[in-house]
Write a protein that binds this ligand. Structure first.
Ligand code: FAD
Length: 397
């Protein structure tokens, strides 16, 4: 069997790249190891994805944004970062600016559903499910992709989007940095009496962090980060006790808060591949960089990366060149890896600073917050990263 491009993984990154290839002059196969229902009708997994303006632009370009149920999209107008009980506060807002929102919160399952729907409208992308890619064997002219059902496929380019724990990345021989935070992120939807005013809150409290992401109406996604050895207790806590604990943690600012739906948990392990490419092989999405979710950049970076790779592939097609050439892949890596490294190490640095409760570190972060709040270029740098402000002279990329 032969395809021009084989995509491994039908998560948001793999499906986005498949959408980017729609109606191009290439035959694409997407291989997903879970069943068809899990990608065509994904269930709510508790993740509210904060999309930047650049991501919105890419999703619109792909024809995916209009397929997302807009009644589930919540604009983010303000974000506040608190440090324990200290009065230090970092505040980002769209007030006095021409933009409507810092970003947009969308349930992950809605994004995935829309991406799948868009791919279905193509006639050059095939999807196989319930089958894993077991191995990729590199040859010079073509790569061989070996599937768990015994099928072997020859292809010019393999695009691996098989998660931050990518097995294929290891099999291809790409070393990866892994940072295990030994913490668990617990997320759940909660309804509350009072409005959130479309404001996200991030509270770095002693021993744990708590965030609130505004959803549509008087509902929010509550995100609790706890040490792994404490997570069982929080996950198994009765609903009444959990509601009471969260209501109290926000000092009753939202009135009574009530859990609506299950609590989901995610172990916090961040990863960054040493290189994003090998012979006729590229990593995208979490397989290239698996971010700590606190800065909400995982899928945003995934979308950006696949967009870079897709436009290089389209340029190659237009010029009658090889879509899996070394020069194309090197250019993809060069255009993407600098930003992912900055975001990865920057985010891990923020996590280290804001989750360490040693007195000295607390002093440092209060200083950092006060300095960042009073020094406009820092706030501008962060908010323009979200909103993709024009003429941004502070961004290093
Ligand atoms: C709590 C939480 C909140 C988040 N919030 C945000 C946010 O606000 N903003 C943001 O941008 N990002 C956010 N993220 C990150 C975002 O969810 C991820 O970056 C994104 O889901 C990664 O998509 P992916 O397609 O790369 O990988 P995955 O979603 O992990 O998909 C990988 C797919 O590959 C398949 N697969 C694996 N191995 C094989 C194989 N050998 N053969 C075939 N198929 C295979 C798997 O079955 C799976 O379907 C958050 C993450 C979490 C956990």
């Amino acid at each position: 069997m032969e395809y021009d491009i084989v995509i491994i993984g039908g998560g948001p990154a793999g499906l986005s790249f498949a959408c980017s290839m729609l109606d191009s002059d290439v035959k694409v196969l997407l291989v997903e190891r879970s069943d068809i229902d899990s990608i065509s009708n994904p269930q709510n997994d508790g993740r509210e994805i904060a999309l930047t303006h650049l991501s919105l632009k890419i999703l619109k370009k792909l024809g995916v944004w209009d397929l997302i149920d807009q009644s589930e999209v919540s604009p983010l107008r303000e974000a506040k970062v608190f440090d324990g009980d200290s009065p230090s506060l970092l505040n980002f807002t769209v007030d006095n600016s021409s933009i409507e929102a810092l970003g947009y919160l969308v349930p992950n399952c809605q994004i995935r559903k829309a991406l799948y729907k868009r791919v279905l409208s193509s006639n050059n992308v095939d999807i196989v499910t319930d089958v894993s890619v077991d191995d990729v064997v590199n040859k010079d002219a073509l790569s061989k992709v070996l599937l768990s059902d015994g099928t072997s496929i020859d292809t010019k380019l393999v695009v691996a989007a098989d998660s931050r724990f990518s097995e294929i990345r290891r099999k291809v021989g790409i070393p990866t940095l892994m940072k295990d935070f030994s913490k668990v992120m617990i997320v759940t939807k909660m309804n509350h009496e009072l409005s959130h005013n479309n404001t996200a809150l991030e509270c770095f409290d002693y021993g744990q962090t708590l965030a609130l992401l505004p959803m549509v109406g008087n509902s929010s996604s509550v995100v609790l980060t706890v040490r792994t050895d404490k997570s069982k207790e929080v996950l198994e806590m009765s609903e009444d006790k959990f509601n009471e604990m969260i209501t109290g943690s926000f000092n009753g600012e939202f009135g009574d808060m009530k859990q609506d739906g299950p609590r989901h948990s995610y172990p916090l392990i961040a990863t960054h591949a040493e290189t994003f490419i090998a012979n006729r092989f590229a990593l995208i999405g979490d397989a290239s960089v698996g971010m700590h979710p606190v800065t909400a950049h995982g899928f945003n970076l995934g979308l950006r990366g696949q967009d870079i790779l897709a436009s290089l592939v389209k340029d190659a097609l237009m010029n009658g060149q090889d879509v899996g050439s070394n020069s194309l892949l090197k250019l993809y890596e060069r255009k993407h890896i600098k930003l992912t490294r900055i975001m990865f190490f920057g985010t891990n640095g923020i996590v280290a600073l804001f989750t360490n409760d040693a007195p000295m570190v607390k002093q440092v972060r209060r200083f950092v917050l006060r300095f960042a709040e009073k020094f406009p270029p820092i706030k501008y740098l962060i908010s323009s990263q979200l909103t993709e402000a024009k003429n941004n002279k502070f961004l290093p990329f």
